[in-house]
Design a protein around this ligand. Structure first.
Ligand code: IPM
Ligand code: MG
Length: 362
């Protein structure tokens, strides 16, 4: 049975970086025997422009039948004036929710070749390898009631609800404990239990789940402190688990520790292991269409897909090592180029990975 892979290029630099990932997938298919069928569909602003909706019905149906999804990025300033339910981000959020992709894995790894790219001192970040496990389908992103309303006095107010059911906390905690078990066996749960009831419950449930994982060292941290610790001494963390909004914020900070958000992939999984894989960075409208974006985060998202979704960690390792090889060769896109070096473009970087990968085919 061949894997049905749905490819959603999206907006901004999405189509350019996805094109390079497709070349990598084609090499895996043609030269490494990966049995995969690829289809493409529209999402985000592109979905709105082509089909009038950020998550077109046809895209949703293909997604529901797919074994895995590879997404570029969504969003762009030209869509900011659309009604909220038609904005590109809504397409992504609906897809996460429709497919119940509750477990968002966001690694922050410092590539040794890019040690100088971080704004933090090398000794603070060298060897950094953190996994942020972000709850992705609950919390304040989806909680009700929500809205903007007109009050009696003529003023408006805006409101959202941060809400978690015990079962939602339990399942994301289990994912995080399992991942910690395959790493350094340390898990830090981040909340705001000194202020929020929802966090109080979060902490209680995480402690209950911990009973089943006696070999994992669990700690709890308030989110403000976690933000500070992340930039002060990031290597104290192994796996971090947190709710949706806190995870959104902390994962951007963690990504920047590596100095190369253009390098970092992510996975969003549901209970059956079906997943969507995407770079952590956004659609970067300012550089879209210029052929300068870094395709490596998307290519590394393919590696994550091979490892977590398709049970082909052998091929994942090939892709990751091919990326390492082009970095060793000194190739850098503009986002990771050191002062004075000449950056390569998106296609050239993609081609270099393809060549390195071909060199590894037996
Ligand atoms: C992310 C992004 C999304 C989020 C946006 C685009 C809706 O920031 O994946 O981190 O807030 O989850
Ligand atoms: Mg974000």
């Amino acid at each position: 049975m061949s894997t049905r892979l749905l490819i959603l290029p999206g907006d901004g630099i999405g189509p350019e970086i996805v094109a390079e990932a497709i070349k990598v997938l084609e090499v895996l298919r043609d030269e490494f025997g990966l049995s995969v069928e690829m289809e493409q569909a529209s999402i985000g602003g592109a979905g709105y422009e082509q089909d009038g909706h950020p998550l077109p019905q046809a895209t949703l149906e293909l997604a529901q039948r797919a074994d895995a999804i590879l997404l570029g990025a969504v969003g762009g300033p030209q869509f900011n004036e659309l009604p909220r339910e038609l904005r590109p981000e809504r397409g992504l959020l609906s897809l996460r929710s429709e497919l119940d992709l509750f477990a968002n894995l966001r690694p922050a790894i410092l590539y040794p070749q890019l040690a100088d790219a971080s704004t933090l001192r090398p000794e603070v970040v060298s060897g950094l390898d953190i996994m942020i496990v972000r709850e992705l389908t609950g919390g304040i992103y989806f909680g009700k009631p929500r809205g903007i309303r007109l009050l009696d006095g003529g003023q408006r107010d805006g409101y959202n609800t941060m809400v978690y059911q015990e079962a939602e906390i339990e399942r994301i905690a289990r994912v995080a404990f399992e991942i910690a078990g395959k790493r350094q066996k340390r898990l830090c749960s981040v909340d705001k239990a000194n202020v929020l009831e929802v966090s109080e419950l979060w902490r209680e449930v995480v402690d209950q789940v911990a009973v089943d994982y006696p070999d994992i060292e669990l700690s709890h941290m308030y989110v403000d402190n976690a933000a500070m610790q992340l930039v002060r001494a990031p290597k104290q963390f192994d796996v971090v688990v947190t709710e949706n909004l806190f995870g959104d914020v902390l994962s951007d900070a963690a990504a920047m520790l590596t100095g190369s958000i253009g390098m970092l992939p992510s996975a969003s999984l549901n209970a059956s292991g079906m997943g969507m894989y995407e770079p952590i960075h956004g659609s970067a409208p300012d550089i879209a269409g210029k052929g300068v974006a870094n395709p490596l985060a998307t290519i590394l998202s393919v590696a994550m897909m091979l490892r977590y979704g398709l049970d082909r960690s052998d091929l994942a390792t090939h892709v990751e090592e091919a990326v390492g090889q082009v970095l060793d060769q000194g190739l850098r896109t503009a986002d990771i180029a050191a002062d004075g070096s000449t950056p390569v473009g998106t296609e050239q970087m993609g081609q270099a990975v393809v060549d390195a990968l071909r060199g590894r085919a037996s």
